[in-house]
Design a binder for this molecule. Structure first.
Ligand code: SF4
Ligand code: FE
Length: 489
């Protein structure tokens, strides 16, 4: 692994030159700019853990391609143990950063593409897997961060890619040359894009026969000609951008992963970095395997965040003198119960993993969808309980400027003091942490990241095998098992 430590990672980002805009201006150095630096530090934790003896086993793996030691974030899962180690690692990272550390998107993209292109080659005699292995070996040896780029703008959602009035609403091949392809379009909501080294471009949905130009997979460095990124706004970003240390809630790490839109303004991808081109029938598998892996993650990374939130609100109750109240204990118990229940589904879909034809392991897809669906409820319920216990003061706190003011600072301190021997700053800091972790952008990410809740419900229904469940019921009720005229719906 060439990039070994978090400071190696920072230096590596300083040695590349992606084009990034934020609030109308260019960001020159993502490791230093106040808007991006917290997110860079969160991603850097994935590098830091690999060099800590305590976490080394979870954070690293042995490459099945080279036999060399690699970051787990560049690994192709070889067995159930790999799947389990991944989610254990993600929970720890969630606990340490309290936010999204971004690197799983590329990780899941690598695993989805690897297993699908194996099947493409088997069926069609193409050589995509060999190309992919070459690229992946480079990623593993250098220990690069990859952003898995999937979500297209989609334009008019009632129309397929080939029917859009503007054909660029889905990323597409606009030119095929002897030595590669030229692609145009955009990907939205790209977690960790501005601090990744490489982009792995994948189709956003199953493509029909007419949409061949949209059915491609390719990898490209983030600073390749024609790539433009626009970094998104987040709730509370002015506090972050002005380097406020208390009001930002989590001064070291951002409140969410740091998302950007990536624009592909006629970007050339050489053949050796093209891993699918026109084989529409395989696009559904890429999307679905990627989504299932990512949905399995959410039950772990978000549990890490819920652990932090539970700790924050418990401490706040202690320093406000309310911790012994039976309702407080009951609500904290509920927060823990929900967190562990969520984590259980992440463990379950990993424990029930199965090998694909390529040998790479997939999570159980039904359980992965259930896991992510649980996130959209349990994380919100834990946040609701945290806000309930924290009280209204997290919404009405004066700013840190008033706290530090010569004129009113002593009065703010006097009237926000809780238990006498605890410095008032602690109460305010923990309140701000709860505010940051229960506020707008953080929870939106939990709802829609890895696919909106409806996407999971569609798959849960599809994989629910209702026919079998109906026959189970009929058998027990003594109803003869004749073929139903109509499928249950
Ligand atoms: Fe990883 Fe979770 Fe962030 Fe997705 S939301 S990239 S799984 S930390
Ligand atoms: Fe996410």
């Amino acid at each position: 692994m060439k990039i070994k430590t978090s400071s190696d990672y920072m230096s590596s980002l300083q040695s590349i030159n992606p084009v990034i805009y934020y609030k109308g201006e260019k960001i020159k150095d993502v490791t230093l700019h106040p808007a991006t630096a917290p997110h860079v530090r969160a991603a850097a934790m994935t590098y830091a853990l690999a060099s800590q003896a305590e976490h080394h086993d979870l954070a690293t793996a042995t490459s099945h391609l080279t036999g060399r030691k690699i970051s787990r974030f560049t690994h192709v899962h070889q067995n159930v143990e790999d799947l389990l180690k991944k989610v254990k690692l993600l929970r720890i990272l969630g606990q340490k950063t309290g936010t999204c550390f971004q690197r799983c998107v590329g990780f899941d993209g690598i695993n989805a593409v690897y297993s699908v292109v194996y099947e493409v080659d088997e069926k069609l005699g193409t050589d995509y897997l060999e190309r992919f292995k070459q690229w992946l070996t480079y990623i593993q040896d250098e220990n690069l961060m990859v952003v898995g780029a999937m979500t297209d703008p989609k334009g008019d959602r009632s129309k397929n890619p080939s029917e859009q009035p503007d054909p660029d609403q889905f990323v597409r091949v606009v030119e095929r040359r002897n030595d590669g392809i030229v692609v145009r379009g955009a990907k939205l909501h790209m977690t960790g894009a501005v601090n990744s080294h490489e982009i792995l471009i994948m189709p956003t949905m199953a493509m029909d026969e007419k949409s061949k130009d949209y059915a491609f997979v390719g990898a490209i460095p983030v600073d390749a000609p024609g790539i433009i990124m626009v970094f998104g706004r987040q709730a509370g970003d002015d506090r972050r951008d002005k380097l406020e240390t208390i009001d930002v809630g989590k001064p070291r790490f951002g409140s969410v992963g740091g998302e950007a839109m990536i624009i592909f303004d006629d970007v050339f991808i050489p053949n050796e970095r093209v891993f699918l081109d026109g084989e529409t029938e395989f696009t559904a598998s890429i999307v679905y395997r990627f989504a299932a892996h990512h949905r399995s993650n959410y039950g772990a990374c978000k549990t890490g965040l819920m652990d932090v939130l539970t700790g924050a609100v418990s401490y706040l109750c202690q320093i406000q003198g309310a911790a012994k109240g039976s309702h407080v204990r009951d609500k904290v118990t509920e927060m823990i119960h929900l967190s562990e229940t969520l984590y259980s589904s992440s463990i379950a879909c990993s424990a029930e993993g199965v090998p694909t034809e390529s040998g790479a392991y997939m999570v159980d897809t039904m359980l992965a969808n259930v896991c992510k669906q649980n996130v959209t409820r349990f994380h919100f319920e834990v946040a609701r309980l945290a806000v309930d216990l924290a009280g209204g003061f997290i919404a009405t706190l004066p700013s840190e400027h008033d706290l530090k003011s010569d004129e009113v600072g002593h009065l703010v301190k006097k009237y926000f003091t809780g238990v006498a021997d605890i410095p008032v700053e602690e109460r305010i800091k923990i309140g701000r942490l709860i505010e940051a972790m229960t506020g707008g952008t953080a929870l939106v990410e939990s709802m829609h990241g890895a696919g909106s809740p409806q996407a999971q419900r569609i798959m849960i229904f599809r994989e629910g095998d209702l026919t079998k469940k109906v026959s189970l019921a009929k058998a027990l009720a003594g109803i003869p098992s004749v073929k139903p005229k109509q499928e249950a719906s």
